[in-house]
Design a protein around this ligand. Structure first.
Ligand SMILES: Cc1cc2nc3c(=O)[nH]c(=O)nc-3n(C[C@H](O)[C@H](O)[C@H](O)COP(=O)(O)OP(=O)(O)OC[C@H]3O[C@@H](n4cnc5c(N)ncnc54)[C@H](O)[C@@H]3O)c2cc1C
Length: 408
């Protein structure tokens, strides 16, 4: 065995997939994986969904079986935080003062919740949602609350709102943009989602900022809006986005810009340092009019980026060239998104939006570049193939439900 270990900082999707794929591809150096959480790697998507509604049990959360890390020869060290990186000496300092020498270092440090910069955001009853411990705190608070306010109408905020409403709380979502998910969706889809939430007893306040959170005896009781309105509540969940955990890299002089900059194989500006997952801002496969780099916050991107990085580690470099995809569960709606839509794409609807079963396809230069499906999993799977093959299609055929897309 090669004596220089692969040290992975961050024990979640990207770190675990990197270690697993490296082993699959024959990488035989020691692997050490550090995680600052106390739990073995677990699934995060259920934290804003089934864990809050009670439909997901905690024993179903682990990412891998109990003996996976032992069997694969991966030295998983939980409850350890890396605090400093020296890329010249190839060492990592841990929070207990110990120093680890690495052959290759993988930064899989993910992201953390963006703080809400207003007074009162540290009151009791105000929650972030990123970790399992966060979800357990939210779930516990919910069992005593009747009125919840969710700040942020993005995917996580809307999933949380759905789960809280399902648990019987009266829920208000405050979103500063004039429409929901304005960065990801065109107005048509934002409007559909806003109606869907309102019909399911979620109140939406759009286009309004939060001025302060306030309450008596240190507990949150109100969300104060910038137009002077006050929303009464027993708990607040913040869902205003995340920021990548770049500090280790930044302090060591590794190039960062909205994440750690990497090539398509996860390689950073520092020798023998790679970055994968939510923390990495990676060179994107070229698509006409598409972005040159992407920092995607999704399971697919974390896993596929880690697989690509592992292929390079094992000496069989294979960049990810597939289609990015993502999903979100809100109320009884399964949203599935494939590809990257851009302003200016032609939007074609297939199916009736009123029935909660439809897809929106996005065409650029006549070819399918993205698709957003609601309760149409088969169409979502098909859309991934159409996008990957850059299939050109007549918009009329696309909107005609009697036309079988499989023939394409
Ligand atoms: C509530 C919620 C719901 C989501 N739902 C979906 C969904 O439906 N679909 C989807 O595709 N994606 C979803 N996501 C996003 C998805 O979970 C992330 O894209 C994914 O977790 C990224 O994996 P990662 O390994 O890059 O980072 P993370 O999962 O963020 O893991 C990074 C780990 O590194 C640890 N760490 C950081 N710094 C250090 C350090 N210095 N030393 C040691 N450890 C450190 C962190 O504590 C963390 O445990 C959701 C996320 C959340 C929070």
């Amino acid at each position: 065995m090669n004596a220089s270990p692969l040290v992975i900082v961050g024990a979640s999707y990207a770190g675990t997939q990197l270690a697993a794929s490296a082993r699959e591809l024959g990488f035989d150096a020691p692997i050490v994986m550090l995680g600052d959480e106390r739990h073995a790697p677990y699934q995060r998507p259920p934290l804003s969904k089934g864990v809050l509604t009670g439909k997901t049990t905690l024993d179903s959360l682990p990412l891998r079986g109990a003996d996976f890390f032992d069997v694969q020869g991966i030295d998983l060290r939980l409850g350890h935080r890396a605090t400093a990186l020296n890329t010249g000496a190839q060492t990592l300092t841990l929070d207990d003062g110990s120093i680890l020498k690495y052959g290759t270092l993988a930064l899989a440090t993910g992201a953390r919740c963006r703080p809400l910069p207003v007074t009162g955001s540290d009151l009791e009853g105000v929650f972030n949602l990123r970790t399992l411990d966060d979800a357990l705190r939210v779930s516990d608070a919910l069992s005593k609350a009747t009125r919840a306010c969710v700040i942020g109408g993005g995917f996580i905020g809307l999933e949380v709102a759905s789960a809280l409403a399902a648990r019987g709380a009266s829920v208000t979502v405050v979103e500063s943009q004039p429409r929901l998910l304005a960065r990801s969706f065109p107005p048509l889809m934002s409007e559909y989602l806003a109606n869907a939430h309102r019909q399911r007893n979620v109140e939406l306040v759009l286009g309004r900022g939060v001025r302060a959170l306030s309450g008596a005896s240190g507990r949150v009781e109100h969300v104060e809006l910038d137009d002077g309105r006050r929303i009464d509540c027993d708990m607040v969940v913040l869902g205003i986005g995340v920021q990548p955990n770049v500090e280790l890299a930044q302090q060591a002089g590794v190039a960062c810009d909205n994440g750690i900059l990497t090539d398509a194989l996860g390689r950073t500006s520092a020798p023998n340092v790679i970055a994968v997952g939510d923390v990495a801002n990676t060179e994107a496969p070229t698509t006409p009019g598409g972005p040159a780099r992407m920092r995607l916050e999704s399971i697919q991107a974390a896993n596929d980026g880690a697989r690509a990085a592992a292929s390079a580690l094992a000496g069989k470099p294979q960049p990810f060239e597939g289609v990015p995809w993502f999903w979100s569960d809100q109320h009884n709606l399964k949203l599935q998104m494939a590809g990257l839509a851009m302003p200016g794409d032609e939007v074609i609807a297939r199916g009736d939006m009123q029935t909660d079963r439809f897809s929106l396809f996005y065409l650029r230069e006549g070819a399918v570049v993205a698709a957003h499906s609601v309760n149409r999993p088969a169409e979502h799977m098909l859309s991934r193939k159409l996008i990957a093959r850059r299939v050109r299609i007549d918009p009329q055929q696309l909107s005609d439900e009697s036309f079988d897309l499989k023939t394409l």
